[in-house]
Each structure stands twice: as structure tokens, then as C-alpha cells.
Design a protein. Structure first.
Ligand code: FES
Ligand SMILES: [Fe+2]
Length: 400
């Protein structure tokens, strides 16, 4: 039997490759990082509102460990997990009328971190408790989600509204959701173990639909996505969009228009190719550099109930029920994105012409990060309510 030996000097073996790296400017979100500071200029979703009750929730966003709770008067509060006294976690705290009480020595903090009681101190800490403040963030409730502002207080913007989610009519409701069903096909999976940008830039990659979601693993959405689209990417003042044109086998023609807006908003029309405007707004919310979660809000009929997205080739199974072999044989967004690693190694990529949207998105993101670094306001941050309404144009637009 012949032994195959590479020619001496043949290029392309894996040996001797140089250092591999990710681009930290557009991926790392911890406090003080350029992208982290950019992210901290927006209101961001942190929970589905009706999950925030009187039992503290441990949450982690933008690399910070936090505790989310609702005091007995109904006000949500988001504070650093570590008690400012001697550092135990407020996750084991008790929620009371006025705030959350630490289990260790009973300091009581309101939803803005003010210390209201120090039961071990004379006069309940009168005279000293005014000098401590549990680190906290402002929160508000809108569209069925709790939102937090992690940035400099003097730069706090007004809350952005999306036309899609306004004017809920009779027979309609808003449905808010945390989980990866948009990307992973399973509402039981809350956290995706990879960098947030792997999801966000995936939204500007219409060419993975015919492959990953249609021909490779079977039809995960609709067979029409198997038609290779003609794609244009365009700038938008809040981010960018693509228009993917397809001529369907029945002769109809459709433009599928999808947007991404800063800092990590995804506006994806119906994956069933339902005609007309999309009804959902999503957010690729970073947990830390190597994990993210997706929040969605959608306008739906009153009777709507959430059902896990199922993969046709594996009848009746949701993502978490699949065997390892099924994940290999029928991969979807979870496998493709998490498969890029905790933070994709940008130094190792070979971007092709069909990746034009990825290049544009990264360039736009960098520009916004630089704007913030240079003292400016990033796109999509508004200081008066009149401006802070986004007219959503995403949809599956069938030509007449
Ligand atoms: S550690 Fe929280 S009150 Fe002492
Ligand atoms: Fe996808």
C-alpha cells in the first residue's frame, strides 16, 4: 500500500501556525472595555418581567454578577450580588416591603441601593448607614421585560420604542420571552455558551439559510429558504439590513428584509416566510464574553402559546432532547455558533464575498465603539421621546 507523504515544503499542514486571536474590541463587554462601554449606553433587557418576584434571581450581564428582585411594593431592583458590608451574596437575601435584606447581618437595601437598616448597629445604623450604598442600576418595565441601564447616569437615554410592539389591538397581546428558540430551537435553553457577536452577526448572514437550515440538516424552517438568494446589504442609521430576493418555484417573488440595530437588536421576519412585516424584536444580550442570552418580544394573537421550534428531521424532539449523534447529523444555529468557539478566532477566518454583511457589521460596530470612546453618543441612543421611536420595516415582502 502506498503511503501518502506530503511533499517536502508542502504548505497547508496545521503545523507551525502563528498565534490565533479574537478581536477583543468588538467582542469583550466587561466594565471598562471599549465594547462594554458602548453597550452600557443603551437600555438593555435583563428578565421577563413576570419572572421577577420576591425570590431573588442571580443574573449575570456584561460580565457583572447581579441580583434581580421585586420588593413587596412591586418595584423591581437590580443590585450587585455582593453585599457592600462584608460581601456575601444577596441571592440569599430576603425581599421585604422596602427592598432586599442581606442574610448575614441584616442590612436592608432599597431598589436604589440605599441602606435603610443596620440591625446590629446602634439606632439601626443611623448616622452611618447613609454613607454606604449597595451598587445598583436603574431599571424599568416595558413590553413585558425588565430593562436596565448600566451606563454613566448623566448619559441615560430615554427608552426606545419599536413600532411593531406599539398599539396592541383587541385580540392581540405582547409576548416576552427569554431563551434561544430563535437560534437554538429550544426554549428550555436560556444561555448560549459563546460570544454574543456570533449570534448578532449571524443575523446578517442570509447565506447560511439555504445550507445550515435547509439542505444540510433538512428543512428547519421552510423549503423556500433552499433557494440561493440574491442579497444586498445596506446601511441604516441605526445599524444595517439585508434584502434577500428569491423567486419561488410557484413564480412568486419575495424580498426578505432583516435588520440589526445597535447595540445588539435583531429584527428578523417570520421564519415561516409569512407575508408582511415581522412581529418580533430580539436582543442578543451578553452575559459575559463567552455567554449570551436572547430576549424576544413579539406581538401575537391573544390565543398564542409558545411552542418549541421543532426540527422536521427529528420529529417531536426539541434541541435538549437530541442525542449527541443527532446534534452532529442535524446541526442548527446552536451547533454552528457555539461550534465557532467561546469567542470566534477572527485571525483564522477567510471571509468570502458572501460575508459582505459580516464585514460591514463589524466595521459599523467598531465605528460606534470608537464614537463612544471619543466621548460621543452612539447611534440609537436618544434623549427625547419623540426621536426614540423606531419604525420597523423588516418583513417578507412579496412582490405584486
Ligand atoms: S455581609 Fe451583608 S449585612 Fe453583612
Ligand atoms: Fe440561523
Amino acid at each position: 500500500m502506498d503511503t501518502v507523504i506530503a511533499d517536502k515544503g508542502a504548505k497547508g499542514t496545521a503545523y507551525g501556525r502563528g498565534p490565533q486571536s479574537h478581536d477583543g474590541i468588538i467582542t469583550e463587554v466587561g466594565p471598562g472595555t471599549p465594547c462594554g462601554e458602548f453597550m452600557r449606553r443603551y437600555w438593555q433587557p435583563v428578565a421577563v418581567a413576570d419572572t421577577v418576584k420576591d425570590l431573588p434571581l442571580a443574573v449575570r450581564f456584561l460580565g457583572e454578577d447581579l441580583v434581580l428582585f421585586r420588593d413587596k411594593k412591586g418595584r423591581p431592583g437590580l443590585v450587585h450580588a455582593r453585599c457592600c458590608h462584608r460581601g456575601t451574596t444577596l441571592y440569599y437575601g430576603r425581599v421585604e416591603d422596602e427592598g432586599i435584606r442581606c442574610c448575614y447581618h441584616g442590612w436592608l437595601f432599597d431598589t436604589q441601593g440605599n441602606c435603610l437598616d443596620m440591625p446590629c448597629e446602634k439606632d439601626n445604623g443611623a448616622g452611618i448607614r447613609e454613607n454606604v450604598r449597595q451598587p445598583w442600576y436603574p431599571v424599568l418595565e416595558e413590553y413585558g421585560l425588565v430593562w436596565a441601564y448600566f451606563g454613566p447616569p448623566e448619559k441615560m437615554p430615554v427608552f426606545t420604542r419599536w413600532s411593531t410592539l406599539e398599539n396592541v389591538g383587541p385580540g392581540e397581546k405582547l409576548y416576552a420571552h427569554q431563551g434561544t428558540f430563535g437560534g437554538g430551537g429550544d426554549h428550555t435553553v436560556d444561555i448560549m455558551p459563546c460570544n454574543w457577536l456570533q449570534d448578532w452577526e449571524n443575523v446578517m448572514d442570509p447565506f447560511h439559510l439555504p445550507i445550515l437550515h435547509t439542505s444540510f440538516s433538512g428543512v428547519q424552517f421552510v423549503p423556500e429558504f433552499g433557494i440561493m438568494p440574491e442579497v444586498e446589504w445596506d446601511y441604516d442609521n441605526l445599524g444595517m439590513k439585508y434584502t434577500a430576493y428569491r423567486k419561488l418555484n410557484d413564480g412568486r417573488e419575495v424580498d426578505r428584509i432583516t435588520y440589526v440595530h445597535f447595540p445588539h437588536v435583531r429584527i428578523v421576519p417570520s421564519v415561516e416566510l409569512a407575508p408582511g412585516a415581522g412581529s418580533s424584536i430580539g436582543f442578543c444580550m451578553p452575559v459575559d464574553d463567552e455567554n449570551y442570552t436572547i430576549f424576544h418580544v413579539m406581538k401575537v394573537p391573544e390565543k398564542f402559546e409558545f411552542g418549541a421550534q421543532r426540527r422536521e428531521r427529528i420529529p417531536g424532539k426539541i434541541w435538549s432532547e437530541m442525542s449527541e449523534e443527532e446534534h452532529q447529523r442535524f446541526p442548527g444555529d446552536w451547533e454552528a455558533q457555539v461550534g465557532q468557539g467561546p469567542i470566534s478566532l477572527h485571525s483564522e477566518e477567510h471571509l468570502a464575498p458572501s460575508d459582505k454583511g459580516i464585514r460591514m457589521l463589524r466595521r459599523l460596530l467598531k465605528e460606534q465603539i470608537e464614537t463612544v470612546r471619543d466621548g460621543g453618543d452612539p447611534a440609537g441612543v436618544f434623549y427625547n421621546e419623540k426621536d426614540a421611536v423606531v419604525e420597523v420595516k423588516a418583513g417578507n415582502w412579496f412582490r405584486e
